[in-house]
Design a protein around this ligand. Structure first.
Ligand code: PLP
Length: 464
């Protein structure tokens, strides 16, 4: 049997560190499954042309961090709960690796941000007076945090300046702050006909009227937007133009420019939620670049670095900066400076790039796996995205399909969850490939769904 060998390409640092990182990534991706016995360190050393001391040091490092356990006379194994046991971390901080296969939420692919965090916290505690991060901050945030955010936004193609950069506790908080800043109860908010569900809940809590804009497979139809704007006073429009939730569509430049033009003509604030933008190596020019005085552009670190950081950067039109700053103050006073410091360090020391690359690579792998299994089936996906949008062939109804999948131990997000008007069932499901730690479980889950699609109807035996 072929022995497991690590992928060391593109890794930096001393050799033992490269190997330890490769082991951790293989565990995170499910290539090395819990309970797997690693090759004896001398054999691995021979296979990958390292010294036995180096492989032994890498194994020892992984044992120290709780990823592996060494059993005298038996070998070195991947821990059953690899990340938790050594530190006694509560089990509910981890994504389950058994039980139902969870395709229902768009978490980032499991990665190695925890290991980078350990390193960064160590460095921070040695290099800075941490007391500085424990105080209330003077608004609008520490200068070097705003500078880091401004560089990040500029990298996304936004005409950013420190005076227009605002830090929030994630994109969700950014959307809420933008709605607080741009609208009043009773105002009209437009969204794509299928959209990120929490926005509907926020609009309802803020007493906003909400209306859908018609879409095709490439995103919203500018003519449909213009038609609503001509007949109603529109205050704000919320869009996810890149790898749209849930349809995966990315709006082309022509439509982006058309939307920007309408924001100026009809004087609404566009809330451009670009949470998935940083996942694409080929950055698309954001709508904010075409209508900088009418767009709140939101870019989060959640999907490409780690959602637990709760850090997003907003670009704001000049006229909205005071209201947005006030909304941040009222909702949380300030994002925790320690978290923004971690992000700033990761942007400066290259960690952010490494983590993004891991997300691209895992997305490419899982999307191509799903694409092969679904071949011959109509579905939509983006090679850099976390999810697949699967229109259901007749006579499947969304509800029956989700129930049949649940009977097979698979959790899905029904398309109706995303319908702005709350009534239209798009007859499709969103399949998030990113939540499950183990690639093999993803493969099994997608295969089960593909088999389910082949059935003519729920009466064929899957559902009772
Ligand atoms: C479209 C969209 N916007 C915003 C968010 C929230 O992101 P954050 O974790 O930065 O608050 C999500 C998370 O799933 C999302 O899918």
């Amino acid at each position: 049997m072929a022995i497991w060998t690590p992928d060391l390409t593109g890794r930096t640092g001393p050799k033992y560190r490269k190997l330890a990182d490769a082991i951790a990534d293989a565990v995170a991706k499910g290539e090395l499954r819990p309970g797997t016995c690693l090759p004896p360190h001398r054999i691995l050393a021979y296979e990958i042309s390292m010294s036995a001391n180096t492989t032994s040091r890498a194994y020892a490092e992984c044992v120290k961090t709780g990823l592996l356990c060494a059993e005298t006379g038996r070998g070195t194994f991947v821990r059953i709960n690899p990340r938790g046991q050594a530190q006694g971390t509560p089990a509910d901080l981890y994504r389950p690796v058994a039980g139902p296969i969870d395709f229902s939420s768009n978490l980032p692919f499991p990665g190695s941000s925890g290991r980078y965090l350990a390193h960064t916290l160590g460095e921070l505690s040695r290099s800075r007076d941490l007391q500085a991060f424990m105080d209330y901050q003077k608004k609008p945030g520490l200068a070097h945090h705003l500078a880091a955010g401004t560089d990040w936004l500029a990298g996304m193609g936004v005409p950013a300046t420190a005076g227009r950069t605002i830090v929030t506790c994630g994109a969700q908080h950014g959307i809420m702050a933008a709605l607080m800043a741009a609208t009043r109860p009773g105002d009209l908010l437009l969204t794509e006909a299928l959209t990120y569900a929490p926005v509907m809940a926020m609009a309802s809590r803020m007493d906003l009227k909400i209306r859908p804009i018609a879409m095709d497979e490439n995103g919203i139809l500018p003519d449909a937007l213009a038609s609503v704007c001509r007949s109603h006073p529109v205050k704000a429009v919320y869009l996810t133009p890149t790898i749209q939730t849930p349809t995966t569509a990315t709006l082309d430049s022509e439509r982006r420019k058309a939307v920007a033009g309408m924001a100026k003509t009809y004087d609404f604030i566009l809330i451009e939620d670009d949470v998935y933008g940083p996942l694409r190596p080929d950055v698309k020019t954001p709508i904010a670049a075409f209508s900088p005085e009418h767009t709140v552009y939101i870019s989060s670190t959640s999907k490409c670095l780690a959602p637990g950081l709760r850090v997003a950067f907003l670009y704001a039109p000049e006229k909205l900066v005071p209201q947005l700053s006030r909304a941040i103050q009222l909702s949380c006073w300030m994002p925790p400076p320690l978290m923004v410091e971690i992000v700033s360090q990761w942007l400066a020391d290259g960690t952010a790039e490494k983590l993004k690359t891991l997300q691209y690579q895992e997305a490419a792998h899982r999307q191509s796996m799903a694409g092969e299994i679904f071949s011959g089936q109509a579905f939509r996906a983006d090679p850099c995205g976390f999810h697949v949008w699967l229109p259901l062939p007749s006579p499947w109804e969304t509800h029956d399909f989700c129930r049949a999948a649940a009977d097979q131990g698979i959790k899905l997000a029904p398309g109706s969850l995303f319908a702005t008007d709350g009534r239209n069932d798009p007859g499709a499901v969103r399949i998030s490939l990113s939540h499950e730690p183990d690639r093999e479980r993803v493969r099994q889950g997608v295969k089960t769904l593909a088999a389910l699609l082949q059935l003519q109807s729920p009466q064929d035996g899957w559902v009772i």
